[in-house]
Design a protein. Structure first.
Length: 364
């Protein structure tokens, strides 16, 4: 190095000066290049050591089409843990041990910038809230963190479930989604949430928009059911006083109430746009006795014409075994539209299967 400097400053002629200059410049570039390589290695090393992966990579892929509620919350939790880290990542890791649980509340429980379809999904590991919340608009999910009651919350992002699935698959975390979904629980706490302005006291009997109490879904009907009938995968999850459905690109949750007959006599209540919007996620429930079976019938809260849909749990023989199925009927004759099973595999194996004791819509 000393000789190079001497050539530059002391060189006897122009040629030596040029040679000296080129040699010094070249050495400077070489040293700079070495420095950049060292910096790049440090950056790469730092990046590798701060990996945001939640579990070891695998080749398992997930598809966001027709996900059950358990699969949806597992996908969202995995994505948020990868994408945002922090509390989301800690919760996703803890949920592998404690189990993933999402509690459903009216979105009005919180001050969210986008309330979605009126339901706030509070994602937890083992049931304890950590302020990790999302709302849903069909396939789009609005993501929040550090959510607290009586405080405004700004969403982190809005992203579709299909985009989440692509990101999770890219990071090799699809197996985690499936593992979390296998033990995930969906708990509907809307009717018991006395802090929510949308709740109707604990029993939903405040007479707001004609509701006079919540409906208790039969215990045998509660849980998640799967169907592959009519060339479409779909799921239904019944809670104590509600159900959540997913069918093709449509999904949502309906809270089940009794309706005051006197309120229903005023036709203006059914045509009032404000009431229609406020009650779009409410279902009007009655019970039907058909062929010796009690069916839970659900209609839109402000629905005029039409018979709604009816649900009943029956026991049928599948592969020589007695299994419980959820039967969905509709129309004036309550003809069967689809049959739901307690596992996705059984639903796919028995797609469009007809049972002799049921009357189907396409029988005529």
């Amino acid at each position: 190095m000393y000789k190079l400097q001497r050539v530059f400053f002391v060189g006897e002629n122009n040629m030596n000066k040029k040679i000296g200059f080129l040699m010094v410049t070249g050495m400077g570039l070489l040293l700079a290049g070495c420095g950049n390589q060292a910096n790049n290695k440090a950056t790469n090393s730092s990046s590798a050591s701060s990996s945001s992966l939640l579990v070891a990579k695998s080749n398992v892929k997930v598809n966001s089409d027709n996900m059950s509620p358990q699969e949806a919350v597992s996908l969202i939790s995995t994505y948020c843990g990868l994408r945002y880290g922090g509390n989301w990542a800690a919760m996703a890791k803890e949920a592998q041990r404690e189990g993933l649980q999402v509690n459903l509340y009216p979105s009005s429980k919180y001050q969210l910038s986008d309330e979605g379809q009126g339901v706030a999904y509070d994602v937890t590991a083992g049931g304890k809230s950590q302020g990790l919340v999302y709302t849903v608009n069909n396939d789009d999910v609005n993501i929040y963190q550090n959510v607290k009651e009586n405080q405004k919350s700004t969403k982190l992002a809005t992203i579709s479930k299909s985009e989440m699935a692509n990101y999770v698959n890219q990071e090799g975390q699809g197996k985690l989604v499936n593992d979390l979904a296998a033990k995930a629980q969906v708990v509907d706490k809307r009717s018991s949430d006395s802090n929510s302005s949308a709740s109707t006291s604990n029993s939903g009997n405040d007479h707001k928009y004609g509701r006079i109490g919540t409906i208790d879904v039969p215990s045998e009907m509660q849980g998640t059911w799967y169907s592959a009938d009519n060339d479409s995968d779909s799921t239904m999850t019944f809670g104590p006083h509600s159900y959540t459905y997913s069918y093709d690109d449509d999904s949502g949750t309906t809270q089940l109430y009794k309706q005051d007959p006197q309120w229903a006599q005023d036709e203006d209540n059914y045509t009032n746009e404000g009431i229609q919007n406020a009650t779009k996620n409410w279902g009007k429930v009655s019970y039907l006795n058909i062929d010796g079976k009690r069916w839970l019938n659900v209609r839109g809260w402000t629905q005029g014409a039409g018979d709604g849909e009816s649900y009943a749990v029956k026991t049928e023989t599948v592969d020589g075994k007695q299994v419980k199925v959820l039967v969905v009927g509709g129309g004036a004759r309550n003809l069967v539209d689809a049959v739901y099973y307690q596992s996705k595999d059984m639903a796919q194996q028995n797609a469009d299967k007809k049972f002799a004791d049921l009357h189907y819509q396409d029988d005529d």
